[in-house]
Design a protein around this ligand. Structure first.
Ligand SMILES: [Zn+2]
Length: 385
């Protein structure tokens, strides 16, 4: 096991900010661009670690702090030796600070309240009040034992306008300093290896606030830089504007992470074109569950790529009767386990039956498509396409 974390620039695209980097973590190396499947509750829906490796996944977002505090609890995770062992995932892992979950829960003030110290919520089963602060979040992430941990932040709501964005930014910066103080006392996981700490840029859709937040995060000299807030990944036009604005400020030797990007394969292509390295989103598995499966091809256009095909929005709805006798794979030329072995007709039938097997095969395909898009971007940037 390497006891180190570093980001090395391997190659930049000839005319775009897109790049290939190598990230070295205690649990192995990652070549970026790389999509992170989401296991906030310590499992990726319907997928085993072997399934994930089969899709080309190199890193996952494992066991989110908020969810792990609720169940199974930090004591059990520490007893079994951390999230890698608990989930039987021996490759790189990133975990989140819980900032997003308290933001989400605070929309219902009875469940969670946010103040200057942090988020305060009732345990959904025991009813016990849990205080999630920079200190408790960082300490929990040391027990989770991910290779990359996140500073505790307040996710910026889009509805609140400039005042809310400024308030979230100031809180996030203050909590970043507290997160760093806790982390620097012992920058290791509970299991002895060094953890990388990433800071999160807030500022909503306001470019001057994004710039201010970027400067603050860069001064802290962290291991990596994340771009957060409700708008990121949700509104891709604004996401692109924010990245374009701050990208020239970002140093080459730091990993860049857009949080919650990946509603569609094209979204990955659009943020990588702007210089982003890693991203996560629950959409591929959620879409799969609901019968929405990605279907298109990665096509070269103007020395970059696009995900396009004949299906509306490059997706098929497998429940439709037109697939009942369709003997083709879900996506032409797809090398995933599902497409190599099964037809649309079979998946349509499984979906109609609501068979458990459908969910596994569908998730494998959608996650594979995200990793395939990343692989094609890496190949193009490296000049191997
Ligand atoms: Zn496939």
């Amino acid at each position: 096991m390497h006891n180190t974390f570093k980001t090395e620039l391997i190659k930049k695209h000839s005319c775009l900010p897109a790049r290939v980097t190598k990230i070295t973590t205690p649990h192995g190396e990652i070549q970026t661009p790389a999509f992170m499947p989401v296991a906030t509750r310590a499992f990726v829906n319907m997928m085993t670690p072997a399934d994930l490796v089969g899709t080309g996944s190199q890193i996952i977002l494992g066991g989110n702090t908020y969810h792990m505090l609720c169940a199974p609890g930090m004591e059990l995770i520490q007893d079994v030796g951390g999230m890698h062992r608990f989930m039987s995932w021996d490759k790189p892992m990133l975990t989140d600070s819980g900032g997003f979950q308290i933001f989400s829960l605070s929309k219902n003030g009875n469940i969670c309240k946010i103040d200057e110290k942090g988020g305060h919520f009732k345990h959904p089963i025991s009813g016990k009040v849990i205080h999630l602060t920079p200190e408790t979040s960082i300490n929990a992430q040391k027990i989770i034992g991910a290779d990359i941990i996140m500073a505790f932040d307040e996710c910026t709501p889009e509805a609140g306008g400039r005042d809310a964005a400024l308030a979230a930014l100031n809180r996030t910066h203050r909590w970043l300093n507290e997160s760093i103080e806790i982390h620097e006392k012992n920058p290791h996981s509970a299991y002895g290896f060094k953890q990388a700490l990433f800071g999160i840029i807030q500022g909503g859709s306001f470019l001057d606030l994004r710039e201010q937040s970027t400067r603050f995060i860069l001064e802290a000299k962290l291991d990596g830089i994340a771009i957060g807030g409700e708008v990121i990944g949700f509104d891709m036009q604004k996401t692109a504007e924010v990245i374009d604005w701050i990208q020239p400020m970002l140093p080459e030797n730091k990993t860049r992470y857009t949080m919650g990007v990946g509603l569609n394969p094209q979204d990955l292509i659009d943020v990588v074109a702007r210089g982003i390295d890693i991203f996560d989103c629950v959409a591929p598995t959620r879409n799969a569950r609901h019968g929405t499966l990605y279907c298109g091809a990665v096509v070269k256009k103007d020395n970059w790529l696009t995900f396009t095909g004949n299906e509306p929005q490059n997706k098929i709805l497998i429940k439709k009767a037109i697939f009942a006798k369709d003997e083709r794979p879900l996506m032409e030329d797809c090398k995933c386990f599902t497409c190599k072995n099964f037809t649309r007709a079979y998946l349509h039938y499984l979906f109609k039956q609501q068979a458990m097997l459908y969910f596994n095969l569908a998730c494998i395909h959608n996650i594979h498509v995200m990793q395939y898009v990343c692989e094609e971007m890496r190949k193009l940037i490296l000049g191997n396409s």
